[in-house]
Design a protein around this ligand. Structure first.
Ligand code: MOS
Length: 765
């Protein structure tokens, strides 16, 4: 959502009053393929092993790279001895700051330039300076991966350490509050919240802590880079295909057309698959050795040089009057954002969008540490922000003896609480009502610690979630209608496993009036019409908006081509629709001309149009948020303190659900990640050395099958009249709210309020 922020910043000049009202997408009324169950089109390729991921692409004359990571946090390289590595079997080249070509630095995720995107603007192998523990200080290129891995162990480096900032607690003292970062102001006040709080009949005022998290997509970060003359070809696994090509072109002084990034399949992204040091090192050394280079990070390597989620310390204070209406909502705190990083963790944004209150104060402070820059991780901001605020709401409900759902119902806003903008569509209350009924909320016993089965105490809890809708500008799509009546749709969009092509084929089937089987969708190639990154839960709307624009253009072109002999002759674009494999009059559907016959009469093999989606003005006129109500039932052992989640239900209000099967998977995946956030995940730093201590999946605990219960999901399926297809994003709302739902259930089970994640068993004994 920081990315969304830069969109808002970039097009923030749009004068108010010029904004169109927007009208509902007419396709919502007559959708046929949209909203139907559909397996992923890429599913068979994946289960049969046909899908080639970036590390699996067969390349002739391939060489392999491995990296050396700094074991110190801050300091300088004083002595560097690569002789043994140079002489090791199979070694082609050892690269250090001494022989690395001089390069500029990447622009950070662009306020001014959305097309060039990096997570860090630190120099890469450019000098002897070390900025964080794990930084790349050398690379070896060899004939095999094993030879490269062995040779890096032979490189001898002496460092002089300098004092480093590694402790969050200490660095808080010098925290900064930039006036605004990307999306919204860091400090927002409505009324005098501290004064209102102090006068409130009921007050809850607590501090919540969340730990750093590390990215653990199952597919490791990997890149295969090769130069062909002056052209650069990169097989990557990335959430930003076209922006990566633009960034590499800038960095290596090439024209955009000289760079091609291919990434047809991505084995999980979650915000971590952007432009980092390894791609840049691989591209540079591939030119140095004159051969293709493959650089695959080890799992430990991902921990060392790919940023994760920042730790946070958040204060939430809520005041309520005697009737339980909020009088004050204060949400403030600290998160990490080093000056060379690009990700402000916007943990108060969710709190700005859910509840009404007489007064508000939101304040986000940035702490600077010498670490790999933190980055986007699924629902950055909201995932940890809702843990704090939704725990606090539960605490208020308990303090007042009110049912937690009743407390929320009394305070859920009808317009955006801070900006006053109308919601485009908003059925959070319905999501709560529907979810509570399906979950059996009425079986809840309000008194904590009342339910017991043997050693197990049983409890249930709930929480709300909110995540902003976004559609990005700069989405381009090409549609080609073929002579046989089929169509190919192409753009550089990203397929991370969520069904990008599948839902857009469903969309195009309805939009173009073709059967699903007649549509091919090409993506993951920067040579295709440029599409924005997959991030901020925005890709579906962004690509859909471009397909809408291209389909309109196609309608005009085909009408023109149909000519005077056509049954639709004389009709204008607004008087026809694409249906049944051709163009038909809306007023008289019997007037129909097929694409095949139009192209045949014109002696054309095909018709191609390219179009860009409109500016996403709906985001500025309306408050647009996917929302959720999350319910959890769990057991806590009196003997061991372990938490076992027995049931989890997510009730979502995200506009039209385009594909129930892929949507359910996205929701469930997000909720499983939420269980990790609630119960197990924590990146552990050694405060003395600034080094991550648990850099492996053996030591960093993500939920396993045994930790994941049956997860039930449901949705309102109410179309949003302001978005393409009536859909809002679903990629990040799933994780949002889960942390608090679990913590609130733990409180209901045990009477213990855990305010620092993860809720490990030591905190419950
Ligand atoms: Mo997401 S954190 O925008 O991949």
């Amino acid at each position: 959502n920081a990315v969304i922020g830069s969109v808002r910043t970039v097009i923030g000049w749009v004068p108010a009053g010029w904004l169109p009202g927007g009208s509902p997408d007419p396709l919502i009324e007559r959708r046929a393929a949209i909203g139907r169950q559909a397996s992923r089109l890429d599913g068979p390729l994946k289960v049969t092993g046909e899908a080639r991921f970036a590390a699996e692409v067969a390349v002739d004359n391939l060489s392999y790279a491995a990296l050396v990571h700094s074991p110190i946090t801050r300091g300088r390289i004083m002595r560097l001895d690569t002789d043994a590595a140079d002489a090791a079997p199979g070694v082609i080249l050892v690269v250090t700051h001494r022989n690395m070509p001089r390069l500029g630095t990447l622009a950070l995720i662009g306020m001014s330039d959305m097309s060039a995107i990096g997570n860090s603007d630190l120099p890469i192998l450019q000098d002897a300076q070390v900025h964080y523990n794990g930084q790349v200080v050398a690379a070896v290129i060899a004939e095999t991966q094993e030879q490269a891995d062995h040779a890096v162990s032979l490189i001898m480096i002496d460092y002089t350490a300098e004092p480093a900032k590694t402790l969050f607690e200490e660095a808080k003292a010098t925290a900064r509050t930039p006036a605004s970062v990307l999306i919204e102001k860091n400090h927002v006040t409505v009324g005098n919240a501290e004064r209102e709080l102090s006068r409130s009949a009921h007050i809850v005022d607590n501090v919540y802590r969340t730990p750093p998290h590390n990215h653990n997509a199952i597919e490791l970060h990997t890149v295969t880079a090769m130069w062909e003359g002056d052209g650069l070809l990169v097989h990557d696994t990335t959430q930003m295909v076209a922006p990566s090509a633009t960034a590499l072109a800038k960095l290596f002084g090439l024209k955009r057309e000289q760079v091609r990034v291919l990434s047809p399949f991505v084995g999980g992204g979650f915000g971590g698959k952007g432009m980092w040091d390894h791609q840049i090192v691989a591209v540079a050394v591939a030119r140095m050795v004159g051969r293709p280079v493959r650089l695959t990070l080890s799992r430990e390597g991902v921990y060392r040089i790919i940023g994760g989620r920042t730790p946070s310390e958040q204060r939430v204070a809520i005041g309520a009057d005697a009737a339980g209406r909020f009088t004050a909502l204060i949400h403030s705190g600290y998160s990490v954002m080093p000056p060379y990083g690009a990700c402000p963790e916007q943990y108060t944004l969710g709190s700005r969008a859910i509840y009404d209150a007489k007064s508000f104060e939101f304040l986000q402070r940035h702490v600077d540490l010498d670490i790999v820059p933190n980055t986007f991780m699924r629902a950055p901001g909201e995932a940890i922000g809702t843990f704090a605020v939704e725990s606090a709401v539960d605490e208020m409900a308990h303090a007042m003896g009110v049912d937690p759902i009743d407390m929320r119902m009394a305070n859920i806003a009808e317009r955006h609480p801070v900006s006053g903008a109308p919601f485009s569509q908003h059925a959070l209350k319905q999501a709560f009502t529907d979810g509570a009924e399906r979950f059996g909320w009425n079986r809840r016993v309000a008194e904590p610690g009342s339910r017991r089965e043997g050693e197990w105490r049983i409890g249930i809890g709930c929480a709300a979630g909110s995540f902003p809708y976004a559609r990005m500008p700069g989405a381009n799509v090409r549609i080609t209608l073929h002579g046989d009546g089929s169509a190919t749709i192409a753009c550089s969009a990203q397929e991370m496993g969520m069904g990008t092509a599948t839902v857009q084929v469903q969309h195009a089937a309805d939009r173009l009036g073709l059967p699903l089987e007649a549509i091919r969708f090409e993506l993951g190639d920067s040579d295709l019409p440029a599409s924005p990154m997959a991030g901020g839960s925005s890709q579906t709307a962004s690509v859909a908006g471009a397909i809408i624009a291209a389909a309109e253009k196609l309608t005009g072109e085909m009408l023109r081509l149909a000519g005077n002999a056509s049954p639709v002759a004389g009709l204008r674009a607004g008087e026809v629709r694409l249906t049944d494999g051709g163009i038909a009059s809306i007023a008289d559907p019997s007037r129909h001309d097929s694409f095949e016959s139009i192209l045949a009469r014109a002696a054309r093999d095909d018709m191609t149009v390219t179009a860009a989606g409109s500016m996403p003005l709906e985001m500025f006129k309306f408050a647009m948020h996917s929302t959720s109500a999350v319910f959890c039932e769990l057991r806590v052992s009196d003997v061991t303190g372990e938490v076992r989640v027995d049931r989890l239900l997510g009730s979502f209000d995200c506009g039209t659900i385009l594909n129930p099967k892929t949507a359910a998977s996205q929701f469930r995946g997000g909720m499983i990640m939420g269980l990790g956030l609630a119960l197990t995940e924590e990146t552990l730093f050694d405060g003395r050395s600034g080094r991550i201590m648990n850099a492996s999946l053996a030591d960093y605990h993500i939920p396993t099958h045994l930790d994941v219960p049956q997860i039930d999901v449901m949705w309102t399926d109410i179309p949003d009249p302001r978005s393409p297809l009536g859909a809002r994003g679903i990629g990040e709302i799933g994780i949002t709210g889960v942390g608090a739902a679990v913590a609130n259930a733990v409180f209901n089970a045990t009477g213990k309020r855990v305010r620092d994640l993860p809720i490990t068993l030591d905190k419950l004994l």
